[in-house]
Design a protein around this ligand. Structure first.
Ligand SMILES: [Fe+2]
Ligand SMILES: [Fe+2]
Length: 373
């Protein structure tokens, strides 16, 4: 995505707020750490305070602990569902072994997802996001099967990665590949536009961006005659290129306008975080690592993290940089409307030292062929 310090200026602030309602400080800190790249998080150690705040500022979702003071999670959910402001707020209810029996008889099942403690990052992310984006994911049922399969499988993979990062475990590359098979099939058959559109309003922006880059990169490669394992490298490389962002706070990731020097340093750290994570997997193709490592490098050497230039830039990474910037400019964000493909292309052509202009013109021709610019 576009993360230069002169990123898009807007006056609208992001509203992606998650309330964590738990008297257990360690648990709240854990959830905060696991979810910091997805949400701006407020912690309440007493649900009375959370109820007051919900009247003022409704969150995207609430994670509540079964033992939260003063009267426990079930009482809090009751107040929420019977009040004027919290009727429809999605709830993730974290329960322990001792209250597992009461979960089945829980009186407020509507928009409540139950998670057994301790919750891992993937479970939390997918539970919250499936509720917040339930309408969007429901609409995926209506689109053509191969595109639906591409969306569902890549989303599942993406949520699993959140847990693997947390555990410090390697990525099972076979699983990543199998989730990209329907994506590649969709591109090969020319049936990929619905999936690009269907994902735009999903709550998990990291996933949205990565899926769109994976699709555009596959499209780019396929139309340049890249096949087989190399096409798979582009597809999986697109999906994985930014996974290190799961360790960057949303306040930085989603900040409208100019990042401070300090924030930009944090942002740039996502490249090395991605590489540190991907290097745990021994059978990952080198091209995937190169895409992740070099997608923010620029042809004139002004990119990051290494300031590589000219021939020092890998060809696949040059392609990834183009689809990454195009994807970011045309993505819908909480705080900005998407640029049109034509406007995005103009912006990309106006800084010739940044992107490989020969590859960019090839990419533009491919998009023209699909009436996408
Ligand atoms: Fe990106
Ligand atoms: Fe990136």
């Amino acid at each position: 995505m576009v993360e230069t310090s002169s990123a898009i200026i807007t006056d609208r602030l992001p509203e992606k707020r998650l309330y964590v309602v738990s008297g257990n400080k360690k648990q709240s800190e854990d959830i905060k750490r696991l979810m910091m790249s997805f949400y701006n998080i407020d912690v309440f150690i007493d649900y009375s305070d959370a109820l007051k705040q919900i009247e003022v500022n409704r969150p995207a979702a609430v994670v509540v602990d079964d033992f939260v003071p003063p009267l426990g999670g079930e009482a809090f959910v009751g107040f929420l569902r019977n009040g004027d402001y919290g009727k429809k707020v999605p709830i993730v209810y974290a329960y322990s072994e001792s209250t597992a029996g009461s979960v089945e008889k829980f009186p407020y099942q509507d928009s409540v997802i139950f998670l057994r403690k301790p919750c891992n990052a993937g479970e939390l992310a997918s539970s919250i996001s499936s509720q917040v984006s339930s309408r969007i994911e429901g609409e995926w049922e209506e689109i053509e099967p191969v595109q639906k399969s591409a969306l569902k499988k890549t989303l599942q993979t993406f949520n699993t990665i959140a847990t693997l990062i947390e555990e410090g475990s390697p990525v099972p590359y076979e699983n990543i590949k199998s989730s990209c098979i329907p994506l590649i099939e969709a591109v090969k058959s020319g049936n990929f536009k619905d999936l690009l559109g269907a994902v735009k309003h999903h709550d998990n922006y990291s996933y949205v961006h990565s899926l769109r880059v994976a699709t555009l990169l596959t499209l780019f490669g396929f139309n340049l005659g890249i096949k087989g394992d190399d096409l798979m490298t582009l597809s999986t490389g697109g999906l994985l290129h930014d996974v290190g962002k799961m360790q960057i706070p949303l306040l930085v990731l989603n900040k409208p306008g100019k990042l401070t020097v300090e924030e930009f340093t944090i942002m740039k750290g996502h490249v090395n975080a991605t590489i540190d994570f991907l290097e745990k997997t021994s059978d990952l193709p080198k091209g995937v690592l190169l895409i992740a490592a070099q997608h923010h490098e620029k042809t004139d050497g002004s990119g990051y993290p290494h300031g590589l230039k000219g021939a020092g830039l890998n060809e696949l990474a040059r392609m990834a940089a183009i689809t990454d910037v195009f994807g970011a400019l045309t993505d819908r964000r909480v705080y900005k409307e998407p640029k049109t493909p034509e406007a995005a292309m103009k912006i990309m052509q106006s800084s010739p030292g940044h992107l490989d202009q020969h590859l960019l013109s090839l990419f533009q021709n491919i998009l023209l062929g699909f009436a996408m610019v």
